[in-house]
Design a protein around this ligand. Structure first.
Ligand SMILES: Nc1ncnc2c1ncn2[C@@H]1O[C@H](COP(=O)(O)OP(=O)(O)O)[C@@H](O)[C@H]1O
Ligand SMILES: [Mg+2]
Length: 469
């Protein structure tokens, strides 16, 4: 089943950036809007207060109510806008002057006494929602007492913030426009820039898509890759290195395998062809069959070894771990090879003991391979030491013998599949170069390793290293 297609990284990041930009512009705009609204309203409050103060003084000193009543232009041009309210009334009587074009209801207000100064705290707010405006319009009003010609009158003034609201609405629209612009511009810019930034990823994808087994040596160029992707690029190249290495080994292995099998098969065919050229005696046929059987057994051993290696490559679970007494194991293997060693006049010395967890059959097989090699490649009449060395974290089974001195390059190749030294190539037919590869595979299955070193010229020492848990 195909996984649901996820939205692209570019799209997601661009959207996130745009939303952030939008929020930033919106909050700055809101802050400015509120500040501006506050300033505008304070200014209009002061205008109302100044108007009241002015008329209070006028009435108190030189203007009579009747004069004012008869010349409305005196106060009309004092008003801020045509909607503003101005009322003069004696307490408990109908108003003498009444300007309230919108018939706006007034909030209830305290009356500031004649001898007290006016302040913003004496003002009250109201809302006007007459059908004239789309939304409610705030109103600010105050009432003062004045004494005119011995009579007490109440002056009420109010300002309806129609113009202010219109200005603020215009300002709000600009903010909304800026917010939308911020979103669109950031989205576009982000999309373009991110698209460029992620170009190396696309390059990597097309590079990976072009890789075939025949092209495993091609590598990504990481020079102009951003730091964040450099790690990925390097890991990718390292993976290709390992794949190329593994693939090369595999190719080499199958080439070697074909080569190794061709020789015995060729020789089998040769023997048969020669035998068939003319009639043979029964003895001759028997000898031929015996020699063919030997060759076939060699092939069979090789096939068995290759199968073992192939299984060891994939299976980890096949281990049958048991607690083993190493002294017994060394004894057992040494006993088994005694006859073979004697033929070459070689002495086998075993030493040391330990208990480890290992698969007995595999351990015996690994150790036998080492001992068989030692007997085969040791100098005639020398001695072979088989010993257990216990360290703090490892336990080693060492097999040391006297033999040819090998250079470092050769030492590195000993564990390769099908690698054989010259000595073994010229020697007996049961050498196939897989023995040490099998030892290495067995040790890997046990979580350990096989090591080789030359403690002194002409002495070679193989060690099976088991970790102690
Ligand atoms: N104890 C040893 N002393 C010297 N050379 C050795 C010893 N063990 C192995 N070698 C070298 O390592 C090669 C690989 O060993 P191995 O994998 O067991 O293959 P084989 O024994 O079939 O040749 C041998 O051909 C030999 O040249
Ligand atoms: Mg061998």
């Amino acid at each position: 089943m195909r996984a649901r297609r996820q939205p692209s990284l570019t799209l997601r990041a661009t959207l996130a950036f745009s939303v952030v930009a939008m929020l930033a512009v919106a909050s700055a705009g809101m802050y400015l809007y509120e500040t501006m609204k506050g300033a505008v309203m304070t200014r209009s409050d002061h205008a109302v207060l100044a108007r009241l103060d002015h008329f209070r003084k006028l009435l108190q000193y030189d203007l009579t109510l009747t004069t004012l009543q008869s010349s409305p232009q005196l106060f009309e041009n004092m008003l801020d806008s045509e909607d503003d309210i101005f009322i003069i009334a004696e307490p408990g009587k109908p108003a003498v002057i009444m300007v309230n074009p919108l018939h706006a209801p007034l909030p209830s207000m305290p009356v500031v006494p004649a001898n007290m100064p006016l302040s913003v705290a004496d003002m009250r707010s109201g809302m006007l929602d007459s059908g004239v405006f789309d939304s409610e319009v705030p109103m600010r009003a105050a009432t003062v007492e004045a004494v005119s010609g011995g009579k007490v009158v109440h002056l009420t003034a109010a300002h309806i913030a129609v113009k202010e609201m219109a200005t603020l609405a215009g300002f709000r629209n600009r903010i909304l426009l800026a917010v939308s612009l911020a979103f669109v511009v950031t989205a576009l810019l982000g999309y373009v820039l991110l698209g460029r930034g992620l170009r190396p990823l696309r390059r990597m994808a097309s590079h990976a898509a072009a890789i075939t087994p025949a092209q495993l040596d091609s590598r990504m160029d990481n020079r102009d890759t951003p730091v964040e992707l450099q790690q990925l690029g390097e890991a990718y190249n390292a993976m290709l290195d390992r794949l190329a290495d593994g693939y090369q080994r595999l190719t080499q292995f199958s080439a070697d395998l074909a080569h190794e099998i061709r020789t015995p098969v060729g020789s089998l065919m040769g023997h048969c062809q020669v035998a068939l050229r003319q009639p043979r005696t029964e003895d001759e046929y028997q000898a031929l069959l015996a020699s063919n059987l030997e060759e076939l057994e060699r092939i069979s051993r090789m096939v068995e070894s290759i199968l073992f290696l192939a299984r060891a490559d994939e299976a980890q679970s096949a281990l049958n771990r048991q607690t083993l007494n190493l002294a017994d194991e060394l004894q057992r293997v040494a006993g088994y090879f005694e006859g073979l060693a004697e033929e070459r006049d070689i002495a086998l010395h075993t030493k040391g003991d330990a208990r480890i967890e290992a698969d007995p059959l595999l351990l015996r097989r690994a150790l036998s391979n080492l001992v068989a090699n030692a007997i085969r490649y040791a100098d005639e009449g020398s001695a072979i030491d088989i010993r257990v060395v216990v360290g703090s974290r490892h336990c080693r089974i060492e097999v040391e013998n006297q033999g040819p001195t090998l250079d470092d390059a050769t030492l590195g190749k000993l564990f390769d599949r099908f690698y054989r030294g010259d000595a073994s190539r010229h020697q007996s037919s049961d050498s196939n170069g897989l023995g040490l590869a099998i030892v290495a595979a067995i040790m890997q299955l046990h979580g350990g390793e096989v090591a080789v070193n030359q403690p002194a010229p002409g002495r070679i020492c193989f060690g099976l290293v088991f970790p102690i848990s």
